[in-house]
Design a protein around this ligand. Structure first.
Ligand code: B12
Ligand code: SF4
Ligand code: SF4
Length: 313
């Protein structure tokens, strides 16, 4: 059979634009994607803190990959909720297609955007409300994160692959159960699958660059070798679970949302809704996040369970 026949057969079978024989594997794709994301973070004017746009909002990102068909994504339907999408479902829904026929293989690109030291320092001084730069990070930082998601989707599309950022799709939604709010695409659980870190007592996701970050992801039909997931438990990077000695985030939380039993999402949401909403017009943003549990804590900018300190301060 000629290559063109295989392509034609594939197009009919998968209703796809890309033939796997010519487009499934792209040598060095992981490295090219990492470099493209790093450059975007370094050069984009959106990654600058208002009003003077001098300081970067985020430092150099950490980028890793997961196999979209890794069984952990099906486990998330039990751990998070039935509505949580597998990468295959997320990609198929974005193209109005069926999960079984969207592509022979799916991969996930997941990134961590560490919040810059200057911004973290301003929040360290606060005890009840977030600093203005932290509030800007929640608002303008997420606008930048959205631009990055679009950038990665465009890069993969320009190479001839299918790609989608689930959090930017119309199907993305935030739901609620007895434990509080959750979504059908949890960026932190995606980052966990890609081996980028673990959860913690405060629920925050502790990476090698710490807990003070925002994260994002894109699903694609391109085959990308997955990064190793070395954590032995979903809470390995948190000192509370490592030696029971750290409870710094409990003391930092003004909403009483963190105890030795974990993070109460309802209390956290309530605190931010009821006590902080007056800040939105003051700071000129549409939503304010507190994040005091992510600054002035041992896990702020490094993995605190590592013997040798991470270089960031
Ligand atoms: C809904 C939401 C909230 C809710 C609920 C948060 C939550 N814990 O889920 C509320 C309003 C409380 C909230 C608050 C904040 N949020 Co918010 N929020 C989201 C949103 C939109 C969805 C989260 C979601 O789907 N959660 C799913 C549920 C199930 O997660 P969970 O309950 O924490 O999961 C636990 C269990 O699954 C458990 N677990 C049990 N068994 C097992 C087994 C395995 C194998 C695994 C892996 C896990 C596991 O582990 C988890 C931790 O305990 C995400 C964006 C996104 N799409 O991901 C941002 C997001 C989580 N928020 C973020 C941030 C920064 C904040 C705030 C700091 C506010 C701010 N901006 O200043 C606070 C911090 C709260 C906290 N301590 O974690 C960041 C988190 C980054 C980070 N550093 O961890 C995210 C990822 C946004 C982003 N794009 O970066 N948020
Ligand atoms: S402050 Fe301590 S207990 Fe809280 S998440 Fe960080 S390491 Fe864990
Ligand atoms: S975000 Fe604020 S209210 Fe929520 S757990 Fe952290 S410190 Fe507490």
């Amino acid at each position: 059979m000629l290559l063109t026949d295989v392509c034609e057969k594939y197009r009919k079978e998968y209703n796809d634009v890309v033939c796997p024989m010519i487009a499934q594997v792209k040598p060095d794709a992981n490295q090219l994607i990492i470099e493209s994301i790093e450059t975007f973070v370094r050069d984009s004017p959106l990654n600058r803190l208002p009003p003077d746009q001098c300081l970067p909002i985020f430092d150099t990102p950490i980028v890793q990959f997961a196999d979209g068909d890794d069984p952990i994504f099906t486990e998330y339907k039990t751990i998070i909720g039935k509505a949580h999408l597998t990468p295959r479902e997320a990609l198929a829904s974005a193209f109005d297609s069926k999960p079984g026929t969207i592509a022979p293989h799916t991969s996930v690109i997941s990134w961590i955007l560490p919040i810059s030291r200057q911004i973290r320092q301003t929040n360290r001084r606060h005890i009840l409300t977030p600093s203005r730069p932290w509030a800007y990070t929640r608002w303008y930082g997420e606008l930048f994160n959205e631009a990055l998601r679009k950038h990665v989707v465009e890069l993969l599309t320009s190479w001839g692959y299918r790609a989608a950022a689930p959090m930017m799709q119309p199907y993305f939604k935030i739901l609620s159960n007895e434990r509080g709010r959750y979504s059908n695409w949890s960026e932190r659980h995606i980052a966990y699958a890609a081996g980028l870190g673990t959860f913690s007592l405060s629920d925050g996701f502790i990476t090698e660059a710490g807990i003070a970050h925002r994260c994002g992801s894109v699903v694609t039909s391109l085959v990308l070798p997955p990064s190793p997931r070395t954590a032995k438990s979903p809470y390995e990077n948190c000192l509370f679970y490592a030696n029971g000695k750290c409870t710094a985030c409990i003391a930092r939380c003004p909403g009483g949302a963190i105890t030795e039993h974990g993070h109460d999402k309802r209390k956290c949401y309530q605190y931010q809704r009821e006590k902080l909403s007056y800040l939105t017009p003051k700071y000129g943003v549409r939503v304010v996040g507190c994040g005091l549990c992510q600054t002035k804590v041992p896990c702020e900018s490094r993995n605190p369970t590592r013997k040798r300190n991470h270089k960031r301060s």
